[in-house]
Write a protein that binds this ligand. Structure first.
Ligand code: ADP
Ligand code: MG
Length: 361
C-alpha cells in the first residue's frame, strides 16, 4: 500500500513561508505531479514527505500512520533527485545495492533485486561501470534503479529529467510512465514543466507561492482551470487573455475593449449579470479561435491583423494584433495566411473562460 495524506502542511524558513497549508490525499498506486514555477515550494513539500526537511506544522501520514517524526530511512520511501546523486567511486551495481546494504539485506536478496531492477531499466550490461562512464540517460536509469530495488511504498521524484536533453527527456518520460504501470507504486513527482505534469500525472497539483491553486486530472485543469494562473500556466501555447468591460445592449451582455466587442454566450452572460460596468478578463485558448467562415457567424467575432506566422508543421501559430493587444491562434498547417492579412476571427463560445479582474479567480 502507499496512501499518502498531507494535512495542513506549512513550512517556514525563518520569515519565508515557503509552503502554505497544503492538504492532499494521494491514493495508493496514484501518480501525482506537483507543478509550478521555480520557488513555489515543490521541492520543500517533497523533502518534507521524504523526511529531509522538518515540517513547521501539519501531519503527513502513510497508510494511516503519521510519519512526521520518523527518520528518512524508516519511512519506506525512495527519492530520485534531479542531479542523480550517484556515488562516483562506486560501480553501478554498488550504487544500486547501497541502500539495501545499509538496511542489512542478505546478499542473495540484494543481488536478486539489483538484477531485477537492472533488467527492467535495460542497464544489465552496465553494472560494473562507474557513473563517469555512463551517459546522462544511463545515469538517470541508475538513479531510478537505486529507488526501485528498495520496493518502497512511495517513490518521490524531484525534477528527475531536467538535466537531460529534450529528446531524451521525452523518451524517459514515456519510460517512467511504463515503469509506473508495471510497478504500480504510488509516485509523487515534482516538475516546473507543465507538459511533463500533464502527460505523467493521474492528477496534477498546481502550486504558486506555496499555495495549492488546483488539484485535478490533466484535462480537468485544461478545460476548467480554477483561476487565471492555472489557465495561463497549463497549456502551450498559453491561453489568450483580454481585459474587457461588461456592458448591456438590447438585453444581451457585451464584452468590449479597444480591439473587440463581442456578445457573450448565454452561459457566461448569466454569470456576469451582476458585473455590468465592471472589468473582467476573458480567456480563450489558441485552438479555440478560428479564422471565421460562414459557419461561425453566430460565434463571437473580432477583427485582427496577422503580425507573425509560425509554421510548426502540425499547426500554424498566428500572432495577431487585436486592438492594442496580441492574441495567438492555432490554425491548420495548410491555411493560407500571410503577415499583414486582415482576418475575422471567431471564438468557440463554449470554450470561453472568464476571470475576475481583481482576484484573477
Ligand atoms: P521549488 O522547488 O518549487 O522551486 P523550493 O521548495 O525549493 O521551490 O523553495 C520554496 C521557497 O522556499 C523559495 O522561496 C526558496 O527560496 C525558499 N527556500 C527553499 N529552501 C530554503 C532554505 N533551505 N532556506 C531558506 N529558504 C529556502
Ligand atoms: Mg525545486
Amino acid at each position: 500500500m502507499g496512501q499518502v495524506v498531507l494535512k495542513g502542511i506549512n513550512k517556514f524558513y525563518e520569515s519565508v513561508h515557503a509552503v502554505k497549508d497544503v492538504n492532499l490525499q494521494i491514493r495508493d498506486k496514484e501518480f501525482v505531479v506537483f507543478v509550478g514555477p521555480s520557488g513555489c515550494g515543490k521541492t520543500t513539500t517533497l523533502r518534507m514527505i521524504a523526511g529531509l526537511e522538518a515540517i513547521s506544522s501539519g501531519d503527513i501520514s502513510i497508510d494511516g500512520n503519521v510519519i512526521n517524526t520518523l527518520a528518512p530511512m524508516d519511512r519506506d520511501i525512495a527519492m530520485v533527485f534531479q542531479n542523480y546523486a550517484l556515488y562516483p567511486h562506486m560501480s553501478v551495481y554498488d550504487n544500486m545495492a547501497f541502500g539495501l546494504k545499509m538496511r542489512k539485506f542478505e546478499r542473495p536478496e540484494i543481488e536478486k533485486r539489483v538484477r531485477e531492477a537492472a533488467d527492467i531499466l535495460g542497464i544489465g550490461e552496465l553494472l560494473k561501470r562507474k557513473p563517469r562512464q555512463l551517459s546522462g540517460g544511463q545515469r538517470q536509469r541508475v538513479a531510478l534503479g537505486r529507488a526501485i530495488v528498495r520496493h518502497p511504498r512511495v517513490f518521490l521524484f524531484d525534477e528527475p529529467l531536467s538535466n537531460l536533453d529534450a529528446k531524451l527527456r521525452v523518451q524517459m518520460r514515456v519510460e517512467l510512465k511504463k515503469l509506473h504501470l508495471r510497478l504500480g507504486t504510488t509516485a509523487i513527482y515534482v516538475t516546473h514543466d507543465q507538459v511533463e505534469a500533464m502527460t505523467l500525472g493521474d492528477r496534477v497539483v498546481v502550486m504558486k507561492d506555496g499555495v495549492v491553486q488546483q488539484v485535478g486530472e490533466p484535462l480537468e485543469l485544461y478545460n476548467q482551470p480554477a483561476n487565471k494562473f492555472v489557465a495561463g500556466f497549463i497549456g502551450s501555447p498559453a491561453m489568450n487573455f483580454a481585459a474587457v468591460t461588461v456592458t448591456e445592449a438590447g438585453g444581451s451582455l457585451i464584452a468590449e475593449n479597444s480591439g473587440l466587442r463581442i456578445k457573450l454566450p448565454d452561459e457566461i452572460a448569466q454569470r456576469l449579470r451582476g458585473h455590468i460596468g465592471r472589468e473582467v478578463i476573458l480567456g480563450v485558448r489558441p485552438e479555440d479561435l478560428t479564422v471565421a467562415g460562414s459557419a461561425d457567424l453566430d460565434h463571437p467575432c473580432f477583427d485582427a491583423v496577422i503580425e507573425v506566422v509560425e509554421q510548426l508543421g502540425s499547426e500554424i501559430l498566428l500572432d495577431m494584433k487585436v486592438g492594442e493587444s496580441i492574441m495567438v491562434a492555432s490554425v491548420e498547417p495548410t491555411a493560407r495566411v500571410r503577415v499583414a492579412d486582415k482576418l475575422r476571427v471567431a471564438m468557440r463560445p463554449s470554450r470561453l473562460h472568464v476571470f475576475d479582474a481583481q482576484t484573477e479567480a
